[in-house]
Design a protein. Structure first.
Length: 312
């Protein structure tokens, strides 16, 4: 399993360096198969709003824009065609750098300069220039600028907007069969709390007292393998609005190698990784009246929620 340094620190306080944590995890009986350091990304890039867009006086294919970067307005020359006044877009400020492109060793640093005789104080960015997949953050993939959601805060760090601000460290761990309690973020945090003597900060769970009709009248749960799975339960949740996940959730899952699907799928994956409890959400309208699980004794083909079909 994979876990990040910052995720562990949400549940227990400790002052170990990333290198020291590697040794401590090994002492706890976990095999550390890999360590990946993630640097603070998107420094010097902010959410900006296009105030106006006019034709460049000296170039037909360029636009002369006024954008609000949260501290005031600045003039930007832009060659993209897919935006309008009112749109919110990523703006890289002078002095900041874009990630190096494939085959390039050095990042590209933005400077104040003249483009066809007109000064430009920064650069509006596309998803390709930022090195991100728009669909992974719930945005539309299109040629030109990366158009952000309407609720994006003008002046906010783009890294904060994505939920990726600051550095982090990802640990790839091998959990031994005799320690299934360590197969979760809380499980590992519990061991760290025992070593340090610090408090384990388990999230408070609020149970809702609903007076909905019993699930037995809507669905029956079948367990064909009670010896392999002693307990299998289900609950129906109504009035669910499926949509993109919030930035913080997409960021956590992305760091540990899980692609964001939607808010329902993503939160079940988050809870599973956090608690170690397998969890899955089904579309009630696509279920038969009897739902359950069975062991895979023969080869099966199942369609994953991500769209691919692994063989089991």
């Amino acid at each position: 399993m994979k876990v990040t340094l910052n995720w562990l620190k949400q549940y227990v306080d400790f002052n170990w360096s990333p290198e020291e944590l590697t040794g401590r995890l090994t002492m706890l009986g976990l095999e550390v198969e890999g360590v990946q350091k993630i640097s603070g990304a998107f420094d010097g890039i902010v959410v900006a709003q296009v105030v106006s867009r006019d034709k460049h006086p000296n170039a037909d294919k360029l636009s002369l824009c006024r954008v609000n970067d949260g501290t005031g307005e600045r003039q930007i020359v832009c060659g993209a065609q897919n935006f309008k006044a009112g749109d919110k877009v990523p703006l890289i400020l002078p002095g900041a750098s874009l990630p190096p492109k494939a085959g390039e060793k050095e990042p590209f640093t933005i400077k104040v300069g003249k483009i066809r005789g007109v000064e430009s104080h920064g650069m509006l960015c596309s998803h390709e220039e930022l090195g991100i997949d728009p669909e992974s953050i719930g945005l539309k993939k299109e040629d030109g600028l990366l158009i952000l959601r309407e609720d994006a805060k003008v002046g906010q760090s783009f890294g904060e907007y994505l939920g990726r601000s600051g550095s982090d460290v990802v640990y790839d761990l091998e959990v031994t069969p005799n320690r299934p309690d360590l197969n979760s973020v809380i499980g590992i945090a519990r061991e760290i709390a025992a070593v340090t003597g610090n408090e384990l900060k388990i999230p408070v769970i609020q149970f809702l007292n609903t007076e909905s009709e019993p699930i037995g009248g809507l669905l029956s749960v079948r367990n064909d393998e009670p010896e392999l799975c002693p307990r299998y339960t289900a609950r129906i949740v109504r009035k669910v609005k499926v949509g993109p996940s919030p930035d913080w959730l997409r960021s956590i899952l992305e760091k540990v190698g899980i692609r964001s699907i939607n808010n329902v799928v993503d939160i079940t994956n988050h809870v599973m990784l956090e608690s170690g409890q397998p969890l899955h959400a089904f579309d009630y309208h696509l279920l038969s009246r009897s739902s359950g699980h069975e062991s895979a004794q023969t080869k099966l083909e199942l369609t994953h929620v991500g769209g691919y079909t692994p063989k089991i």
